[in-house]
Ligand binder design. Structure first.
Ligand SMILES: Cc1ncc(COP(=O)(O)O)c(C=O)c1O
Length: 425
């Protein structure tokens, strides 16, 4: 089969190389899975790419709720909710509305949430500004709308100085200006500057924010409402897509709206709301239980447990002078490696030492910022963190000895203001 472009051919070659090393598209041959250990190549390996930050995917109450729903309703209820849905799906929405204290729609994925939301919320004479690092699911949803005639442009990552200029210019020509962001950026782990964005929403009547807070869900904010809503109170011009597939532990997407009218409009007219199926009954019942757990006072203790681990990781990585992408207190850590070759070498050496991390190269990160991404879940122990980071340091010392890496130079790449960086859109 012929690949379309030289660039895709190159990406494919890198991918196949990673595959031959077992560091991408790895297959865990676990008979049972506990959230921490993967059986890779016959060996127990610590899973440092797990986004189930709170460990709720293995929670017994949630698993029991899912099993019970299968017994009562079967594996699937096969009709679009536009025609008819189970009361269980309504109960799921109601429980999530109790948690977020705002109107909510549920979908089977966050990508589907964006695909339903954007064409309904964004008008034909509106302008869309995509942060350069915004998740691919949002870029996909925006690309699907391009034929409608909306103006779309890309802005360098979190450059609010440039954003304000664009708002001023675009306001003269377009009805509303939408800035599309991640709450917590999925690769580097940094949070969007929500307080500044709140200021801009107040200052410019035509300015709206649409945030994908998939990686901010559950581990932070009161009741786990996420990064965005922990930073600022709800705003009438703020729309949020969240995920139930990461910290929430049950699978699927959800959307939080500032008002009921927006919710109902998307529920009636959103493409995936009409033409795609409902959540699995097991996932719906699991979500109800997970939301209940989020609303218990002791949920804050689970968040604190993870936050302590995040802080421990961050301190230890800094002590070892590892080139972190930034000083962010989030469960996503990105350690630069300088280039694709070093990234593959590091991920493979870690795998051989019993740690599975995610090697990240273009197009998921800019070409000059390749490295390894580590996600911290509650399954990971402080000892795991020590062992992992000491091993990364050991590998980097080897690379430095071979003259293949300069940590200070790698670090600088993350502190320089982005110029012309592109990731795949
Ligand atoms: C920020 C972000 N948004 C959306 C998605 C896609 O989520 P889903 O698989 O539910 O479509 C991901 C996937 O990991 C993500 O990281």
């Amino acid at each position: 089969m012929k690949l379309i472009t030289k660039e895709l051919e190159q990406i494919n070659t890198t991918f196949e190389y990673g595959r031959s090393l077992g560091i991408v598209r790895a297959v865990a041959k676990n008979d049972e899975y506990d959230g921490r250990n993967l059986i890779l190549d016959g060996k127990e390996t610590v899973f440092l790419g797990n986004c189930s930050y709170m460990g709720l995917d293995q929670n017994q109450e949630i698993k029991d709720a899912a099993k019970n729903a299968i017994d009562k309703f079967g594996m699937y209820f096969s009709s679009s909710r536009t025609f008819v849905g189970l009361e269980l799906f309504e109960q799921m929405e109601e429980k999530l509305e109790e948690m977020f204290e705002k109107p909510v729609n549920v979908t089977t994925s966050t990508t589907f949430a964006h695909i339903s939301n954007l064409p309904i919320l964004i008008g034909k004479n509106d302008a869309i500004i995509l942060d350069n690092y915004v998740h691919s699911s949002m870029q996909t949803a925006v690309n699907m709308m391009r034929n409608n005639g909306e103006h779309v442009e890309i802005l360098r990552h979190s450059r609010l100085d440039l954003l304000e200029d664009r708002i001023k210019i675009l306001s003269a020509k377009y009805n509303n200006i939408w800035y599309m962001i991640d709450g917590i950026y999925s690769m580097m782990g940094d949070g969007a500057p929500m307080k500044e964005l709140e200021f801009l929403m107040n200052k410019y009547e035509q300015f709206f924010v649409y945030a994908d807070d998939a990686h901010g869900t559950s581990w932070t904010g009161k009741k786990g409402v996420g990064y965005v809503l922990n930073e600022i109170p709800f705003h009438e011009k703020l729309f949020i897509g969240m995920s139930m597939s990461k910290g929430f532990g049950t699978g699927g997407g959800l959307m939080v709206y500032p008002d009921k009218a927006s919710k109902e409009l998307v529920k009636n007219l959103g493409k995936t709301m009409i033409f795609s199926g409902p959540p699995h009954p097991a996932a719906a019942a699991a979500a109800i239980k997970s939301a209940e757990i989020h609303m218990r006072p002791e949920f804050a203790d689970l968040q604190l447990d993870l936050k302590r681990k995040i802080e421990y990781f961050w301190k230890k990585a800094n002590q070892l002078s590892l080139p972190l992408s930034g000083n962010y207190a989030t469960p996503i850590f990105f350690i630069g490696a300088g280039n694709t070759e070093n990234t593959a070498y590091t991920a493979k050496a870690l795998l051989d030492s019993g740690f599975f991390v995610s090697p990240c190269t273009f197009p998921s990160v800019p070409k000059n910022k390749t490295g390894i991404r580590i996600t911290l879940s509650r399954y990971i122990t402080l000892k795991d963190i020590d062992n992992l980071l000491e091993m990364v340091n050991h590998i980097y010392l080897q690379l430095e000895k071979m003259g293949k890496m300069d940590r200070e130079q790698v670090k600088r790449r993350f502190t320089e203001k982005s110029t012309k960086e592109l990731i795949l859109s």
